[in-house]
Structure formats: C-alpha cells, structure tokens
Design a protein around this ligand. Structure first.
Ligand code: ASP
Ligand code: MG
Length: 420
C-alpha cells in the first residue's frame, strides 16, 4: 500500500535537515512512498516579500531575490560535493523563470503574481530533495504537482477539481510508484490554462491529503518539529500535553479554530477515505507521535488551547442607528465573501454586528471600501482570539487575567475570547 509522507519547511531548512529527511526515507525505503515537500525554512515568507516588492516595483526586488537564491545555493553547496552535479543548473534555471517574471510588468491581480512567484519555493526545494535522495541511492522520481493538482483560478486559494485531480493521479502515479518513490511539491496546483495556483498558506498538508485520498493510501505521515499534536502551542505555553490519539472530529475542530499543527483542509478528505493521519517528530522518527483516525478516544480532561494572533475585530452599525436586519447581514456577508475573508467569530446585537477575522490588510481594505457607504464601521487591530476546547472556568480566568475581553462566546464544548 502507498504511504504519503509530508515534510514542511522547518524539516528542510538547511542541509542537515535534508540529510535527516534522507535518513528517515532510508529507514522506510521498502515502502511505496509518495513524498510531499514544502519550501525550505522561511522561504515562502521571503518570496511573499519579493512579490510585494515586485508589485510596487520597489528597488529592493533584486536584493530580496539574491537572498533567496543565495539561501538555496548554500544548501546545494553543503549537500553536493560534486559541483558539476546537474542539480546546480536545474535550480539556476528554475530561478531564471522567476527572473523573467520580475523583468515584466506586474499583472494587475496581486494574487496571480503571488502564485507565479511564491510557488518557486516548492519547485526548488523538491528539486534539491529529489536530487539529494537519488544521490544517496534512494531512487525516486520528481513530479510537477501542477500537472496533478488541478484547481480553478482562485489564485492564493485554488479550489481543487477533485475528479480531474484524482483521474490524473490514478492514470499515472500507481505505475510510477511500483518502481520508485515519488517526490513532489506541496501547496501548489495548476489551472486549465497552465498557470500556477497555491492552495493557501501551509497548504502542503492538504496536498498530501489529496494525493493520499486519490491513491487510497494506507496512511499519511506529517513530519514535524514537535512530538505530535499538542494541546497548546509550545512556543506560547510552558506546559503542553501530547495526544497519543485523536478522533478525526476533534482534530477537525482544532484545525478549524486555528491549531496550526495541521492545515484545516487536511482532515476531511482523509476522514472520508478512512486514511489514518500520523503526526510525528522528524528529529526522533522512532517515536509514535499522534495518530488521528476514526476509532481514537479523546481524553477531554485536557483542554486544547488555540491562539490566533493578529486578529481584527470590526463592527458595523447602520448610519441612522436603526436595527441590524437580515438584509444588512446579507450585504455584509456578501462583502466578506467577495473580499475572501474567512470569519473566525461573529456576534449580532440590536444595533451592531461584529466580526473577528485574520488581519490581512489588502482584504480588509477591500471589505471596508465596499461597506463604508452603507455602514458606520469601527475596528480594532492586533488582537488575540483564544479558543478553548473542553474549557474549564478557572483556565478562562487565567488566560484573560489583566487583559480586556472585547468579545466572548460559549458553546457546550468551546469557549472563544477576543482579547486585547
Ligand atoms: N510553503 C508553504 C507555506 O509556508 C506551504 C507549506 O509550508 O505548507 O505556507
Ligand atoms: Mg512552509
């Protein structure tokens, strides 16, 4: 049975990381493996900066691009002692394609520019990983995910055409996987006009789930820099607890509320196809990590705490102080959908409607522009949204002490607070 492995940026942030990846693959070389890799280290952030510089035609374009190239060249240099290895040219060529884009005028659609540029992070990282695995005797084939993951042209949030994608995958890949491993990119897809799309930040997990689901894989393993799925982010909380097992439903809820350990779109296709998802530490691969499947029991004694930073809380009221009606709400929701803003929390009262969402400036501007003629708008930025699954009162008090609660909402299992 085919197994899908996914390695994120942190696992391949330098030559040591790539070597560690190769060691994990070597231990599992007898399996039929499809390996999904994302961009190296923080390269997606760096490429976002490059895109921003390009669209405003800033003179930092070349500086930013040189840094990105140098970062990859360093890794190549550390990995391949044989400097005539063809991978050096392959990487240089991939960057030349970006050079061509950068020399042209930016396209009027920011999101389109973003996808054409940012996707190079995944293309070069997989070329490096694939070449290094082959170099180490781990025979594999590099494939271009854009020829398999078919999406519409919603740039930066490509919507997958599942039928076309699964057909392409099943027509070609099982045969390849019989003979060797396959290495491909996470996060990126292609449109029917052969333009590149991306699936949303951290979307490589989702890519792994798509391949797994179409191939009816035996499992998906996400290799992480944490021991498994924890009940809170160890960067924010001193004490954390690792779940040995989680049911799909709970993992789905946790990612919905913003747990960043797994991309939110990952769980559903795996749950539908009953494919277990393992989250394991890449530094200690023998550890069991967390298994997410249908039969796992959840221990609800441990509350899960999910923190979303950089939140924007906006409130709308009518200009004549009349009640907020369903017609108003319908206009507001339409504006959110048009601006591609995902609502994290909302509350309606007699005279106002408040919404908390991720503070993306471009999308926020688009939203307020479309609504400020009809509504009075007030907003707060830089807030934190804390969600607690299986909450206890004393924990809520602890988390909100010395802070202002701007909005709160409780259901039976979930408490949510917007804090300043
Ligand atoms: N490289 C992309 C990102 O950082 C996708 C991923 O890592 O999953 O968002
Ligand atoms: Mg990444």
């Amino acid at each position: 049975m085919i197994q899908v492995y996914k390695f994120g940026g942190a696992s391949v942030k330098d030559a040591e990381g790539v070597k560690n990846l190769a060691a994990i693959i070597a231990l599992n070389r007898d399996k039929f493996l499809l390996i999904v890799v994302s961009a190296m280290g923080k390269m997606t952030n760096a490429l976002e900066k490059l895109t921003d510089a390009y669209v405003v035609q800033s003179d930092t374009i070349h500086l930013l691009f040189d840094e990105i190239k140098a970062y990859h060249e360093q890794i190549l240099d550390d990995l391949f002692s044989e400097k005539s290895h063809p991978v050096f040219d392959e990487i240089a060529n991939a960057f030349i394609e970006i050079d061509w884009i950068l020399e042209d005028e930016p396209h009027p659609d920011y999101d389109f520019n973003y996808d054409q540029i940012v996707s190079v992070g995944e293309l070069v990282s997989t070329k490096i990983v694939s070449a290094y695995l082959n170099y180490s005797g781990l025979k594999n084939e590099w494939i271009d995910a854009r020829g398999y993951i078919h999406t519409d042209n919603t740039y930066r949030e490509g919507q997958v055409d599942w039928d076309k994608t699964c057909k392409e995958i099943n027509d070609k890949l099982p045969f390849v996987l019989q003979n060797k491993m396959v290495v491909t990119q996470g996060f990126i897809g292609g449109t029917s006009e052969n333009f590149t799309t991306t699936l949303g930040r951290e979307g490589s997990d989702y890519t792994a789930a798509i391949f797994a689901s179409c191939l009816k894989a035996g499992s998906v393993t996400i290799w992480k820099d944490v021991p498994g799925v924890l009940n809170a982010d160890p960067k924010l909380f001193k004490e954390t607890y690792k779940y040995d097992a989680l049911p799909y439903s709970e993992a789905l809820e946790m990612t919905y509320y913003g747990a960043t350990v797994i991309h939110p779109k990952t769980i559903k296709p795996l749950q539908n196809a009953k494919i277990p998802l393992l989250v394991k530490p890449f530094l200690t691969p023998a550890e069991s990590g967390t298994i997410i499947n249908e039969t796992a029991n959840l221990s609800i004694d441990i509350p899960a705490i999910i923190v979303k930073k950089d939140q924007l809380l906006i409130s709308f009221s009518t200009k004549d102080f009349s009640f907020i009606t369903e017609d108003h709400l319908s206009d507001i929701f339409k504006a959110f959908a048009d601006a591609h803003i995902k609502i994290n929390l909302m509350q309606v009262s007699a005279l106002s409607f408040s919404v908390c969402f991720d503070g993306d400036e471009t999308r926020f501007k688009k939203l307020s522009k479309s609504l400020d003629t009809d509504f009075k708008i007030k907003y707060n930025t830089g807030l934190e949204l804390i969600t607690i699954r299986h909450f206890k009162r004393d924990l809520i008090e602890k988390l909100s002490s010395n802070r202002t609660i701007l909005m709160e909402q409780f259901s039976r299992n979930t408490a949510q607070l917007v804090l300043k």
